[in-house]
Design a protein around this ligand. Structure first.
Ligand code: ADP
Ligand code: MG
Length: 634
C-alpha cells in the first residue's frame, strides 16, 4: 500500500524474548547470569538451589547490596543496568555483567520473583513478574541481600523446552558452571543444592584448599603452584602433576580476571609445557587465572561466547607457556632448558640391567626417564613364561580377556590356545592344522600378520589384504563385551584384594549414582563412603592393576562427554566409554600372538567393521585391486 507504514518497532516483550534466545539458552544460562549478579552485588555468601535441573525452579540467595524500590521496579526492563553509565565505561569493565539484558530476558520466558533488602533498610521489597502480566510489588521482611526464584522456565516457549536435553545433561551444565564459580572465586562461600541433596558447600578459602574441597586429596597432593608475572600479565593458580592427567578436558579451568574463558591458543601453550611429561592422548589438570588490565581485553562479545581475543595474542601465548614451564621446572618435573638442548640430539641412552651379559640392555629416554624398550638377549626370547620348560622356543602366553598393556603381565595369564582362532582362520589363505598341545605351538607357521608403526595391523587374507586399527578394534571388542555383560547380567569382575578409594567431583557423583547399577553389571563393585568419595572393591577383568581409580574417573568423564554429543541409551554410552578407556592405545607394540588373539576376538564381534561411534575398524584391499594397479590382467 502506498504511503502505508509496514515497519514497526517491536513491542518490548517480543524484543526481550528474541534476546532471550541468545542470553537464556538453557537453565544453566539462568544460573550463570543470576550468580554473576550476586557476585557483582558484592555478595560473600551465595546459595543456589535447583529443582528438576532448573526447569522447575532456580533459586538464588545472596547477602549482597540488595536493591532499592526504584531499582527493583526497573531491574526487569531491557537495557537496565547499574554497572555502566557511559560508553567510556565499556572499555574498563570490572563487573561480570553490564548489558542489562539478563533479567529482562529471563522474565520473558519464566515466572520471576525477586525479594531484596538494602543494608539499613526498614524492610525489603518483593516483586512478582509473569510474562505479559502486570508486575506486583509489595513490602517484605527479609535480611539484607537478594533472593530470586525463577519458576517454570520456558513454559511459554514449548519449542525451546522440548529442545532441552535430558535432566542429567542439563544438570551437568549447571554443575560445571557452579564449579567454575567456586574455582574462580575461592574467597566467596557457595552452597549448591539439587533438590534436597547438597552438591557442595565450600567455605571461603585459599584456591589450593578449594581445589582440595572440590577434587579431593589426591588432586590436592598433586598440584604445582603457578605464580607468574611479566610486564603485561599475571598468571596465578595451579597445574597438575602428570599423575592426575586425564583422558578428557573436564578438569581444566581457565579464567581471565575471574571470568571463565576458552582459548585454544592458551590451551596449546599449556600442553606444550607438558610435552614429554604426559602422553598425547592425556589432558593436564589446571586451574589458572589470568590477571590483566581490563583495557587490554575486549569482553564486550556475544553474551555466551567465552573465546577471548587478546591485544597481543603471541605475547600471551609466550607468557602462558613460560608460566607453566617455570612451575613444572621448579618441581623438577622438567629438566632445565640447557640440559634439554644439550641432550636434544640424542635423548636415548643405553642402560645395562643384566649382571654380566652385555646383551642385557634397555633404552632410557633421558628427558623423561621412560624406559623405551627392553631388549632381551638372544636366549631370553620367548622363554619368559613359566610353562615353557620344553626347551627351545614357545609362544608367550596371552590372556584371553583382552590384552595386557605390557609384556611383563603375560606370566599371570592363561595359555594362548591356537584352537581359539577358528573364526579368524577362515580369513587366511592357508589354514593350519589345529594344534593341540601348547608345547607344539612352535610348529604353528608364522602367520602373515604384522604391525605397522605400533598402530595398524596388516593381515593377508584369502583374496587380498586387511588393515586393522588396533585401538579401534579393541574398542569394538570391549564395547560388545561390556554390553553383553550389562544386558545378559553376567558381569566379569575381579575382586580387589585391597579396596581402592577415589575422590569424585559433584558432577561425577551424580553420574555415578545414575550409572551405579550398570557399572555393577559391567564389573565395577563400588560403594559411596561419603558425598565425595567412592570405594572400589571390584573391577572388570580388562582393567589392569593400578588403573582401577583412573579408569572409573575416566569412564565417568567420557560418559559425560558422549552424553552431550550423543544422548543415546545410557548403557550404550557406558559400554562405549568403557571400550574407549580400556582399549589398547595406538603406539602400543603387539607381538604376533597378541595380534592373533585381538583378531580372533574381533571376528567374534557382531559388528567387527565399525567402532561404537562409526569409525571404521578395518580397511580391505582386494588382490584384484593390486593386479589392476600394476597392470596385471588375471
Ligand atoms: P546487568 O547485570 O548486565 O547489569 P541484569 O539484567 O543482570 O543486568 O541485572 C540488572 C540490574 O539489576 C543490575 O545492574 C543490578 O543493578 C540489579 N541486580 C540484579 N541482580 C542483583 C542482585 N542479586 N543484587 C543486587 N542487585 C541486582
Ligand atoms: Mg547480570
Amino acid at each position: 500500500m502506498l504511503d502505508e507504514q509496514q515497519i514497526q518497532i517491536l513491542p518490548e516483550f517480543i524484543a526481550n524474548q528474541i534476546a532471550a534466545g541468545e542470553v537464556v539458552q538453557r537453565p544453566e544460562s539462568v544460573v550463570k547470569e543470576l550468580v554473576e549478579n550476586s557476585i557483582d552485588a558484592n555478595a560473600t555468601d551465595i546459595a543456589v538451589l535447583i529443582r528438576q535441573s532448573g526447569k522447575q525452579l532456580i533459586h538464588i540467595v545472596d547477602n549482597g547490596s540488595g536493591m532499592s524500590k526504584p531499582d527493583v521496579l526497573v531491574a526487569l526492563k531491557r537495557h537496565a543496568t547499574s554497572k555502566i553509565k557511559s560508553a567510556d565505561d565499556l572499555h574498563k569493565i570490572q563487573t561480570l555483567g553490564f548489558r542489562g539484558e539478563a533479567l529482562a530476558s529471563i522474565a520473558s520466558v519464566a515466572n520471576v520473583e525477586i525479594r531484596t533488602t538494602q543494608q539499613g533498610a526498614q524492610h525489603g521489597w518483593k516483586l512478582l513478574a509473569e510474562p505479559l502480566k502486570p508486575e506486583v510489588l509489595e513490602p517484605v521482611q527479609q535480611e539484607q541481600g537478594t533472593q530470586i526464584f525463577i519458576r517454570n522456565l520456558f513454559y511459554n516457549i514449548p519449542a525451546r523446552k522440548k529442545f532441552l536435553r535430558s535432566d542429567i545433561t542439563e544438570f551437568r551444565h549447571i554443575s560445571d558452571t557452579m564449579m567454575k564459580f567456586a574455582l574462580s572465586h575461592p574467597t566467596l562461600h557457595f552452597t549448591f543444592h539439587d533438590g534436597d541433596s547438597l552438591i557442595f558447600d565450600v567455605k571461603p578459602d585459599s584456591l589450593q584448599n578449594r581445589i582440595q574441597q572440590l577434587f579431593g586429596d589426591e588432586v590436592a597432593r598433586s598440584l604445582v603452584s603457578v605464580d607468574y608475572q611479566d610486564e603485561t600479565v599475571k598468571i596465578i593458580g595451579y597445574v597438575g602433576k602428570p599423575n592426575i592427567a586425564r583422558t578428557t578436558r573436564a578438569s581444566q579451568f581457565l579464567f581471565m580476571n575471574h571470568r571463565p574463558i576458552a582459548s585454544k591458543s592458551l590451551a596449546h601453550a599449556i600442553y606444550q609445557s607438558y610435552e614429554h611429561l604426559i602422553d598425547k592422548s592425556q589432558h593436564p589438570f589446571f586451574v589458572l587465572n589470568i590477571i590483566l588490565d581490563p583495557t587490554k581485553v575486549d569482553v564486550n562479545v556475544h553474551p555466551q561466547k567465552t573465546e577471548v581475543k587478546f591485544e597481543d595474542e603471541r605475547g600471551m601465548y609466550a607468557s602462558m607457556q613460560n608460566a607453566v614451564m617455570m612451575a613444572l621446572r621448579s618441581e623438577s618435573l622438567i629438566p632445565d632448558i640447557r640440559f634439554r638442548e644439550q641432550t636434544a640430539t640424542n635423548p636415548f641412552e643405553k642402560l645395562q640391567y643384566g649382571k654380566s651379559d652385555a646383551q642385557d640392555v634397555m633404552m632410557v629416554n633421558t628427558l623423561t626417564g621412560e624406559i623405551i624398550d627392553r631388549k632381551p638377549s638372544q636366549n631370553q626370547v620367548f622363554t619368559g613364561s613359566s610353562h615353557s620348560g620344553g626347551g627351545g622356543m614357545s609362544y608367550p602366553k596371552v590372556q584371553s580377556q583382552g590384552l595386557s598393556p605390557n609384556t611383563q603381565q603375560f606370566d599371570k595369564t592363561t595359555a594362548w590356545n591356537p584352537s581359539q582362532m577358528s573364526a579368524f582362520d577362515a580369513l587366511f589363505s592357508q589354514t593350519e592344522q589345529p594344534v593341540q598341545e601348547q608345547t607344539q605351538a612352535q610348529n604353528v607357521p608364522e602367520r602373515l600378520i604384522w604391525q605397522m608403526h605400533n598402530k595398524y595391523i596388516f593381515i593377508q587374507t584369502e583374496d587380498g589384504l586387511l588393515i586393522v586399527d588396533q585401538h579401534i578394534a579393541h574398542e569394538r571388542i570391549l564395547y560388545e563385551k561390556a554390553l553383553r555383560a550389562m544386558n545378559e547380567q553376567y558381569p566379569y569382575s575381579q575382586k580387589l584384594l585391597f579396596p581402592v578409594g577415589i575422590d569424585v567431583t559433584p558432577t561425577e557423583m551424580v553420574l555415578y549414582k545414575e550409572l551405579k547399577d550398570d557399572l555393577l553389571q559391567l564389573g565395577y563393585t563400588t560403594s559411596e563412603t561419603s558425598p565425595a568419595h567412592i570405594d572400589i572393591t571390584g573391577v572388570p577383568l580388562d582393567i589392569h592393576a593400578g588403573e582401577e581409580a583412573s579408569s572409573l574417573h575416566e569412564i565417568l568423564e567420557q560418559y559425560a562427554e558422549y552424553q552431550t554429543v550423543r544422548p543415546a541409551e545410557s548403557r550404550d554410552n557406558l559400554a562405549a566409554s568403557f571400550g574407549c578407556r580400556a582399549a589398547i592405545k595406538a603406539g602400543h607394540k603387539l607381538n604376533v600372538p597378541e595380534m592373533n588373539v585381538l583378531m580372533d576376538d574381533l571376528f567374534k564381534c557382531t559388528t567387527p567393521e565399525v567402532c561404537p561411534h562409526g569409525r571404521p575398524v578395518m580397511i580391505k584391499f582386494e588382490l584384484k585391486e593390486f593386479d589392476r594397479r600394476f597392470g596385471r590382467t588375471s
